[in-house]
Ligand binder design. Structure first.
Ligand code: PLP
Length: 397
């Protein structure tokens, strides 16, 4: 087991707050502050433009891609950092559709995160509206994988309920009918063991500001399976994905492998905090983090169900069917979550009625879980949420 007391001590956790929202935005790794200051002063400040070479900024998207690659079971040299997850979804989908030019169906599920579906819609428009985005309920995905399907576009762990798809099985099913599989690992990377190589994913994408704690707006990542890497068209053919960016050629030539998925200038400052966040993962196995998350989740569910009969579990009851979050349905979930936050327990709300709690063992222990149970119970049993102060909806819920 990793020393979770030691990993917890590497984060800034505000006094008086129990943070169960690391599935949406991980907390600040203490070393990120020093790393950021160092990049600002010693690199940007002193090196100016020479930092691209001297400080190695230009190579960082691939190097940090490999560090994330270890956490998702990718072969070295096949993960690239950059842009936002929405953009990486678009790139992966465009590349996959181009590899299946005779097929028209993109298969996803109705629980998928909206941006993945929106990006698919936009791409379909761009491609001349000849493709169809077919969304079926999550439990019906397997039967819906037919020979019409060009690409299976799924998020492994459902952002609302935490329900987990069987990635290897669905991927195999897709391959059996000649389709490709793209996996969105937004709620998987840093939460549970993923094996994109063994599971034969064709593409995988994810973000680094959730369970990886890279900071708000930290860059996304994309994995392209080695067997597809030389055949993919990157769709967004930016200069840094060119085979020779500094030759400034008139026309685009794709860089080898996943490097072609780079688009433009990498976000050096955002990568500075991500780099410090990834240091926390050194010597930590995701499987052990997941096992610990399952223990803490069971404790949380048991405590909440014992005291809050008005909340119904929205997550699968079987811990192996969940990611690292626990969700409950409650009709007044928005107000209830606002009240929990006001009382020092931060989770979040997802429409229409989901109260969502992220279980992140790198910086949460039994005492935190017990405190969260006590606060949520008090908010619920004393109806503390039933107050006008908690009804106002901010832009971000
Ligand atoms: C969080 C999340 C996103 C966010 O996309 P951004 O472009 O980083 O804002 C996309 N897809 C899924 C499945 C997510 O959970």
């Amino acid at each position: 087991m990793p020393d979770f007391t030691a990993t917890k001590s590497r984060f800034h956790l505000p006094r008086g707050v129990t943070y169960l929202d690391g599935n949406s935005l991980g907390p600040l790794p203490l070393a990120a502050k020093t790393r950021m200051a160092q990049v600002m002063q010693e690199e940007w400040g002193e090196m100016l433009i020479t930092g691209w070479n001297k400080a190695g900024w230009m190579a960082q998207p691939g190097q940090m891609g490999d560090r994330i690659g270890r956490l998702i079971g990718a072969e070295p040299g096949h993960v690239m950092l950059g842009d936002t997850l929405s953009i990486k979804v678009y790139q992966a989908l465009a590349a996959a559709l181009a590899l299946r030019p005779d097929r028209r169906v993109i298969l996803s599920d109705t629980g998928n995160f909206p941006t993945d579906l929106y990006m698919a819609e936009g791409l379909i428009e761009t491609l001349g509206k000849t493709h169809e985005l077919r969304c079926v309920p999550p439990e019906e995905v397997e039967q819906a994988i037919t020979e019409e399907v060009a690409v299976l576009l799924l998020t492994e762990v459902d952002y609302r309920t935490g329900r987990r798809h069987d990635m290897p099985r669905l991927t195999q099913k897709a391959h059996e009918v000649g389709a490709l599989a793209i996996w969105d690992l937004a709620h998987s990377a840093g939460a549970l063991p993923v094996d994109v190589s063994g599971g034969k994913a064709d593409f995988a994408v994810g973000c680094t500001y959730k369970f990886l704690n890279g900071g708000p707006g930290a860059p996304a990542f994309i994995y392209v399976a080695p067997r597809q890497a030389e055949a993919t068209a990157p769709a967004l053919s930016g200069w840094l994905g060119h085979a020779a960016p500094f030759a400034f050629e008139q026309t685009y030539r794709a860089a080898p492998g996943v490097a072609r998925m780079r688009v433009g200038t990498p976000p050096v400052l955002a990568m500075a905090s991500l780099e410090a966040a990834l240091d926390v993962w050194d010597g930590v196995e995701v499987a052990e983090v997941y096992a610990r998350a399952q223990e803490l989740s069971e404790r949380f569910i048991k405590g909440i169900e014992a005291t809050c009969p008005m909340l119904t579990l929205a997550s699968p009851r079987d811990p192996d069917q969940r990611g690292s979050q626990v969700s409950f349905h409650f009709e007044h979930g928005y107000e209830a979550m606002q009240a929990c936050i006001a009382h020092g327990v931060i989770g979040d709300f997802r429409a229409p009625d989901i109260m969502r709690f992220g279980i992140t063992p790198l910086y949460l222990d039994e005492a935190d879980i017990d405190r969260a149970i006590a606060v949520v119970s008090e908010v619920m049993t004393d109806d503390l949420w039933d107050d006008d102060a908690y009804r106002h909806r901010s832009a971000v819920t």
